[in-house]
Design a protein around this ligand. Structure first.
Ligand code: 6PG
Ligand code: NI
Length: 193
């Protein structure tokens, strides 16, 4: 772990491969029960379990004051009418925010809190989204190329996937005749595990 200040390039794939400490690949099989069209999910799964998104992380000690950063790359595609998306999570330490800066592509950051509110912010190159503390967040790719965002958050925030795994988000983003459309998630369960 570097103790002196350092810089790193992030724009080219070559940069990405060399600049980061950790690389995560999320295949369709790790996103069970996330997409609404189970039949389309199974069809895509047997056709090759594609990588839906990847995360490149610049890891830091999980200590107060440290910041974790990296790139989130959601590949283009759909499961049925539903766009490729990340799992989505709350930070384990709820009172921790996050900044997303979009470098490439087109999409949205779908967010919700435990008080029943939902927020949707567009992602396109040059746009920053500030995820306020206590809001779960999911990146969704509505375009035809990789959706690449640079993210920064407190290194001691942790990830709580269980809450979203149990309930799902209140909203989904579907392709309605080529138009990204927010719809209610009728498969959502209120109980959180
Ligand atoms: C984080 C960031 C970000 C996120 C990725 C993948 O808290 O680490 O929000 O890196 O983890 O976009 O999304 P999931 O963590 O929901 O799979
Ligand atoms: Ni996060």
């Amino acid at each position: 772990m570097r103790s002196r200040p350092y810089g790193y390039p992030i724009l080219s794939l070559q940069d990405q491969l060399s600049s980061f400490d950790n690389h995560i690949e999320r295949r369709l099989s790790s996103l069970c029960n996330k997409f609404s069209d189970e039949k389309a999910f199974q069809t895509l799964l047997v056709s090759g379990d594609p990588i839906i998104y990847e995360v490149y992380e610049s890891c830091r000690p999980e200590a107060a004051g440290e910041l974790a950063s990296g790139l989130s790359i959601v590949h283009p595609g759909r499961v049925g009418q539903e766009y490729f998306m990340t799992k989505g999570h709350y930070h384990k330490v709820r009172d921790t925010a996050e900044v997303y800066y979009c470098i490439q592509g087109k999409g949205v950051l779908l967010m919700e809190n435990e008080s029943g509110d939902t927020a949707v912010e567009e992602l396109h190159p040059g746009r920053v989204v500030y995820v306020t503390p206590r809001w779960a967040h999911r990146s969704i790719n509505t375009g035809g190329q990789d959706l690449v965002t640079f993210f920064v958050y407190p290194a001691n925030a942790g990830h709580d996937y269980a809450t979203i795994d149990a309930t799902g988000f209140r909203k989904r983003l579907l392709d309605h005749d080529g138009v990204p459309t927010i719809v209610d998630n009728h498969q959502r369960s209120e109980c959180s595990g």
